[in-house]
Design a protein around this ligand. Structure first.
Ligand code: COA
Length: 254
């Protein structure tokens, strides 16, 4: 099991723990994340969820081997179950990000309520360079957050950005020294123990009401194109290049 789940002081922690593969998320790990979020929603003693990675790595995103061998099939597949569970989670979700947060490592943050990033955090959504397209409603939410031209830098060119920029764009609350991010995020999550739970849940629902339907629609529309691109020669070249530790060559594609 590479997602560690534990509940302590009213906070259910989902720890991405596969450091030997830079916390790349497999199909089974998405299923575990989805199950954890649903368990948090169902358990009255849980007041908030905390998502963390490992020191120096939040996640390198979707497992690229899985992209090749076990491509996502349909909206009931584990990755979409995870997306749905995160968007629908009626309890506050706090994220603590250290090191690289790539692909879904960044897009999942768009759906967390409070995000704390380490000074060593590096965020990136390099979908296009992998022959893919934006996912997890990032094509909708990222331009809204940072504006269309900066969204093009991050989503078309795949330019990475820093923790400070994440705060500037409104994607994260604060930058902290790496060792302080997880304890700080936990203290924030534990603050929900002292707040009235129904008022928190109803307020979270109200905060998300205006765009929840649009977000779910964007996830579905993106999923269709993403699924097509996943089987494209462009993506095959990008994945092969990654595992062969060489630069991809897209010069023969039109
Ligand atoms: N899927 C599968 N395996 C991955 C992975 C991923 N997303 N990211 C890293 N790994 C594996 C590497 O293949 C390597 O495995 P090996 O030791 O068996 O060769 C191991 O994790 C360590 O990765 P490495 O690239 O050597 O570490 P690094 O510190 O030099 O770089 C990253 C770290 C995260 C910058 C780099 O691994 C990376 O760019 N990963 C891919 C990110 C990506 O494109 N994700 C998909 C987004 S949609």
């Amino acid at each position: 099991m590479t997602i560690k789940t534990a509940t302590l002081n009213g906070v259910l922690t989902l720890e991405i723990a596969r450091p030997e593969k830079k916390n790349a998320i497999t199909v089974d790990m998405y299923a575990a994340l989805a199950a954890g979020l649903r368990a948090a929603a169902a358990e009255p003693a849980v007041r908030a969820v905390l998502i963390t990675g490992q020191p120096g790595i939040f996640t390198s995103g979707n497992d690229l081997e899985d992209f090749m061998q076990r491509p996502r099939q349909g909206l009931d597949s584990p990755v979409f179950q995870f997306m749905q569970a995160l968007v629908a989670c009626d309890k506050p979700v706090v994220a603590a990000v250290t090191g690289p947060a790539i692909g879904i490592g960044t897009t999942m943050l768009l759906h967390c309520d409070l995000v704390y990033v380490a000074d060593d955090a590096r965020l990136a959504m390099p979908f296009v360079s992998l022959g893919l397209v934006p996912e997890f409603a990032s094509s909708l939410v990222v331009p809204r957050l940072m504006g269309r031209v900066r969204a093009a830098e991050k989503l078309l060119l795949g330019d990475p950005f820093t923790a400070e920029q994440a705060v500037e764009f409104g994607l994260a609350n604060a930058v902290l020294p790496a060792a302080e991010v997880a304890p700080h995020a936990r203290r924030v999550a534990e603050r929900f123990n002292a707040l009235p739970p129904a008022a928190v849940r109803e307020s979270k629902k109200l905060l998300r009401r205006a765009d929840e339907a649009e977000v779910m629609k964007a996830i579905a529309v993106e999923a269709e194109v993403f699924g097509r691109q996943l089987n494209s020669p462009e993506a095959k070249e990008a994945f092969s290049a990654f595992f062969q530790k060489r630069r991809p060559d897209f010069s023969s594609f039109s």
